[in-house]
Structure formats: structure tokens, C-alpha cells
Design a binder for this molecule. Structure first.
Ligand code: GNR
Ligand code: NI
Length: 170
């Protein structure tokens, strides 16, 4: 297993659209395992491959308290149902900033597991929010795209400054 570096906004690589996984092999299993380890270490409740600079349609999610049951979803496709609800979101790629985002509270998920087996299930509440957030990453979208230009610019400037300081310190 390995811990992977997480890209941070406004890194342009976070804007790339991920490609579908075509081959379910040992490499994909290893990628899923490394992503789960990286998510738990962060800690976060989800991670998309885009965030670790792998532009393939793979996400991992675990909203449980005890970090015992990671969902590994490949080529996920969502059907949005239910009603929209506001929730204060954060993102490992936008560290330290939290804003209200409106998402559907119920979704149907079609995906493949790391063995290439088809899955279909319903998801609600925080898990549904997280899966929508992760699927956005695969299309190059971030939660800050849903907030005002003013707020997004402020966040970008603050993170730019932090990144410059980090670069100076090495
Ligand atoms: O850890 C995370 N918490 C979170 C909280 C509210 C809505 C979405 C998330 S996902 C985030 C981890 C992350 O950045 N995944 O891409
Ligand atoms: Ni995120």
C-alpha cells in the first residue's frame, strides 16, 4: 500500500476529465487500495482518482465512523432523485474551506467494483452527497464551482499564498 499526494485547488490537473476504466486488473485493485489508505490517512470520507493525479473513473467512499467499510466504485453513473438539500462541504483538494452546496438527497448508483462486477444500489444522506462530490471530481468539477465567484476567488488567493509559502520552505 502507498500514500498518495493530493492535488490542491487551483491546480489545473483537477480540471481534467477522467477516462473510463476498460481493464480490471491488479493495477486497478492496487489503485483502489492506495486510494482507500490515502482517504483514511487524510482523513476524508471520499477520494476521487483525479485528486491523486490519476485521470481514470475511480472513486472511494466511506462515511462510517469506524472506517471499516470502504466503497470502491469504478465507472460510476448516477441517477439523481429525491430532493435537493444544502450541506456544508469540504474537500481535501480545497483544505480549510467549507461552504454550503445543494445536492440531491437520494441517488441510484450504477458502477463496477474492483473485480469488474456490476453493482447497483441506492444511496442517501451524507453518502449520497459524498458520491455526487466524488463524481464531480471525475469530470473536473469542484465544490467551489457552486459558490459565488467572489468567494471562489478569495479561496484561490488564500491557497495560492499558502502554496507559495510551502514552496519557499521546501
Ligand atoms: O472528506 C470529505 N468530506 C466531505 C464533506 C462534505 C461533503 C463532501 C465531502 S468529500 C471530502 C473528501 C474529498 O475531498 N473528496 O473528494
Ligand atoms: Ni473533494
Amino acid at each position: 500500500m502507498a500514500l498518495l499526494d493530493i492535488l490542491e485547488f487551483p491546480d489545473p490537473r483537477l480540471r481534467k476529465k477522467a477516462k473510463r476504466v476498460e481493464v480490471f486488473d491488479e493495477r486497478i485493485k492496487q489503485l483502489c487500495d492506495d486510494m482507500v489508505e490515502t482517504m483514511y490517512e487524510a482523513p476524508g470520507i471520499g477520494l476521487a482518482a483525479t485528486q491523486i493525479n490519476v485521470h481514470e473513473r475511480v472513486i472511494v467512499v466511506d462515511v462510517s465512523e469506524d472506517q471499516s467499510n470502504p466503497l470502491k466504485l469504478i465507472n460510476p453513473e448516477l441517477t439523481l432523485t429525491g430532493e435537493k438539500m444544502d450541506y456544508q462541504e469540504g474537500c481535501l483538494s480545497v483544505p480549510g474551506f467549507y461552504e454550503q452546496v445543494s445536492r440531491y438527497d437520494k441517488i441510484t448508483v450504477k458502477a463496477f467494483n474492483e473485480k469488474g462486477e456490476a453493482l447497483e444500489f441506492e444511496s442517501t444522506e451524507l453518502e449520497a452527497i459524498c458520491i455526487q462530490h466524488e463524481c464531480d471530481h471525475l469530470d473536473g468539477k469542484l465544490f467551489v464551482d457552486y459558490i459565488s465567484n467572489l468567494k471562489r476567488t478569495r479561496i484561490r488567493k488564500k491557497l495560492d499564498k499558502i502554496h507559495k509559502e510551502q514552496a519557499r520552505q521546501g
